[in-house]
Design a protein around this ligand. Structure first.
Ligand code: SF4
Length: 312
């Protein structure tokens, strides 16, 4: 039986590309991550929610007063609660992220009100499609889709991060290429499509219209990338790829590549042998149980197939 994800997103493929082991934890084993929300990601989510509200009201000819926007933004943070927020920076506090998010939101508000310059076609929209020429199911979530007066369909993805991307960056090219494919597969009548990553901190829109040739090449690359993940699932080979990003990885504490370092740290701090042995045992037990679970799942799948055949 072929192992594959039910749907592939840009995030999943990017995750595999940056670290196959992390992809396994997140998308194959579906291990529950840290329950607290990472502050920069939370700031991004809340800003997205506020923009969603502004555009939905704008489509109805209503401009949300800025005082209401500020109070909506504050309420969103309050509803999460500081105890549920994780700050990974040595220098930033939660209040810094709250302030940064509010500043970029207000700047955007001043520049873009009344939020109805184009016809709103959708916000925060999930799009599902089959990668052309394959049976791989893909998905993406579009922040905003609008139609300009000249008929151009604009597909906007908002970014709250510090780094301004270029079209040639893989983070731009593959994500937005997949978005354009998703729109074309879902709305075949849309012929003039422009994809935009809008960098809120910089007030910069990085735009592109992918050509048919570029999209054809992207389909081949996505197909190869998906096949690589399937091969890893079939062989059970997910190599940890250590990098500066490990520091922010939700699976750091259970990552096989980090266990040795953790043990050494613990030995330094330990007053005896027991804590280090415990961590090692837990890590080994996790790896063994996880492999056993995979074997059992394969056996259950095989039995299901046998039952189906016998019932025919
Ligand atoms: S800690 Fe680093 S190597 Fe381990 S899964 Fe996370 S990103 Fe990969």
């Amino acid at each position: 039986m072929v192992d594959k994800l039910s749907r592939y997103s840009y995030s999943a493929l990017d995750c595999y590309n940056s670290c196959p082991q992390k992809f396994k934890f997140e998308y194959v084993d579906k291990i529950k991550k840290e329950s607290r929300q990472n502050a920069p990601a939370l700031m991004g989510n809340i800003v997205h929610t506020a923009l969603d509200k502004l555009y939905k009201l704008g489509a109805d000819g209503i401009v949300m007063p800025i005082a209401d926007l500020k109070s909506f933004y504050k309420d969103e943070w309050d509803s999460v609660g500081a105890e549920n927020i994780l700050v990974d920076s040595d220098f930033h506090t939660i209040d810094d992220y709250i302030r940064i998010g509010e500043e970029i939101l207000i700047k955007y508000y001043e520049q873009h009100k009344p939020f109805n310059q184009s016809i709103l076609l959708g916000t925060e929209q999930n799009l599902y499609f089959t990668l052309p020429g394959t049976d791989f199911q893909c998905k993406c979530r579009v922040d905003r889709m609008s139609k300009r007066d000249d008929g151009t369909i604009e597909i906007v993805d908002y970014k709250t991060g510090v780094r301004l991307a270029k079209v040639s960056d893989s983070s731009y090219y593959y994500q937005m290429g997949l978005y354009q494919l998703a729109i074309m597969e879902n709305y075949p009548d849309f012929t003039d499509i422009e994809v935009i990553q809008y960098f809120l901190r910089h007030e910069e829109a990085v735009t592109k219209k992918f050509s048919a040739e570029e999209l054809d090449s992207l389909v081949v690359e996505f197909k190869d990338a998906i096949l690589e993940t399937i091969h890893a699932q079939q062989t059970g080979s997910f190599q940890p790829q250590e990098s500066g990003l490990c520091r922010f990885c939700e699976f750091y504490d259970i990552c096989p590549a980090k266990i040795h370092g953790k043990l050494l740290e613990q030995e330094d701090e330990a007053t005896g042998e027991i804590p280090a042995m415990n961590l090692k045992d837990i890590a080994n037990s996790y790896i063994v149980k996880n492999s056993q679970m995979k074997v059992l799942k394969d056996e259950v799948d095989a039995l299901k197939e046998e039952l189906k055949t016998a019932a025919k």
